[in-house]
Design a protein around this ligand. Structure first.
Ligand code: CAA
Length: 383
């Protein structure tokens, strides 16, 4: 067993860490307050080689392995979950999904442009009545005279949906077949009948993320837009989520590490009762528990990524990583706010944002309940 990172992985880690610290960190507070991420930052992520990192070189990517991608998400997540979330949707849910399921023409058409950030991607699965129960989606794809489909329906909470140029859209062509009727389509967001607006309300966290409510109104799509075969859509969606969930787990690892870093720093410098608060055993116990959780999370996240690199099916290990990482990070953020006292309760210190952001990671790309379902089904089998 070898726990060392390779020189190539260390290089990606250093590159992502430098980008997160130098380019993202100075913007986090402003982005959180203004509720958006500058498009110029997305362009920088592309030119730095992050957006296309895991794409093969022939499609304009950096040829990273899954461990490298996890390291990149960890470093971005350590600084800003909205930025990490943007990239996970664009790169893991969209580009990697096209790489796995696309025809050669689709790959050549979209992947280099996605890697260069000329196209932004979004993944349109969730609906008002189909969140955790994704297979019960109500959007329909009706065959239209043999040369294409007409899509009608509605999607909510679509990350990047307001700024994306390309969506992977899931709709059911025959609801009597349940999940076997679902098809996946590659749809330009300027297609006739594609309407989008910002989600109403102000989110608890991830305030710089773009979340859209999308309607499809008699939207025509050609058969060439099918991603995978007719009826493969549910498998396309689930396999993409295997990659996305790993990205969320790695991002949560970054948040947990950021909480630990902030707490160690604060415990060393904050003085009460005539000494640094880190001298108190209750503070030491908090830091030690947090450090143990961060280590365990890191091992689970890297294992799931390593398994992907071995070409193994890692849905169970990915769900374990996402479940454990998000719960550990929720706990770390909770403790971090407490340890910072009054300062932790204001945006003077970033732990307040970690506390608000992390709840989202426990919900999107499959809630903690859904991860437990995936794990339990692997243990018990299906009756
Ligand atoms: N990879 C490939 N295929 C898979 C798979 C995977 N990981 N998981 C399941 N499948 C296949 C199964 O093998 C099965 O195939 P057959 O029909 O050939 O037998 C088929 O899919 C149906 O599987 P299930 O019977 O397990 O399906 P289910 O309806 O019971 O659902 C579930 C399983 C795990 C609960 C699933 O619905 C699920 O993951 N729900 C959560 C949805 C989710 O994560 N939504 C997040 C949306 S994206 C987002 O949040 C952020 C954003 O902005 C993009």
């Amino acid at each position: 067993m070898n726990f060392s990172l390779t020189p190539a992985q260390l290089q990606v880690q250093a590159q992502a860490r430098a980008f997160a610290r130098n380019r993202v960190a100075p913007l986090t507070r402003e982005m959180d307050e203004q509720g958006e991420m500058p498009l110029s930052l997305i362009q920088e992520m592309a030119t730095t080689g992050l957006l296309g990192g895991p794409m093969p070189k022939e499609y304009g990517g950096g040829g990273w392995d899954a461990v490298s991608l996890a390291l990149c998400y960890e470093e971005l997540g350590r600084v800003d979950s909205s930025v990490r979330g943007f990239m996970t949707v664009h790169t893991s849910l969209v580009s990697q999904c096209i790489l796995q399921w696309g025809t050669e023409t689709q790959k050549q058409t979209y992947l280099p442009q996605l890697a260069r950030g000329e196209l932004i991607g979004c993944y349109c699965l969730t609906e008002p009545n189909a969140g955790s129960d994704a297979a019960s989606m109500e959007s329909t794809a009706a065959l239209s005279g043999g040369d294409g489909y007409i899509i009608n329906g509605e999607k909510i909470w679509i990350t990047n949906g307001g700024i994306a140029h390309l969506g992977i859209v899931f709709a059911n062509a025959d609801r009597s077949l349940k999940h076997k009727g679902i098809c996946a389509f590659l749809v330009p967001t300027d297609a006739d009948g594609f309407h989008r607006e910002k989600m109403p309300g102000k989110e608890l966290g991830h305030r710089a993320s773009d979340h859209a409510h999308i309607h499809f109104e008699n939207m025509p799509v050609p058969k060439t837009a099918l991603l995978g075969n007719h009826g493969d859509g549910f498998k396309v969606a689930m396999s993409a989520l295997d990659g996305g969930r790993l990205g969320v787990a790695a991002g949560a690892l970054g948040v947990a590490q950021a909480c630990l870093d902030a707490c160690v720093d604060f415990a060393r410098t904050r003085r009460q009762f005539g000494q640094r608060i880190g001298n108190f055993e209750m503070i030491q116990a908090t830091l030690a528990d947090m450090a143990a959780d961060v280590d365990a999370t890191r091992l689970l996240v890297y294992r799931a990524a390593w398994l992907r690199d071995q070409g193994e099916k890692a849905a169970r290990e990915t769900s374990i990583a996402k479940l454990f990482a998000t719960e550990a990070a929720v706990k770390a953020a909770n403790e971090a706010v407490l340890l910072h006292g009054g300062r932790g309760y204001s945006n003077e210190y970033p732990v307040e944002r970690y506390y608000r952001d992390i709840k989202g990671l426990q919900i999107y790309e499959g809630t903690a309940h859904i991860q437990r379902i995936v794990i339990a089904r692997e243990l018990l089998g299906r009756e």
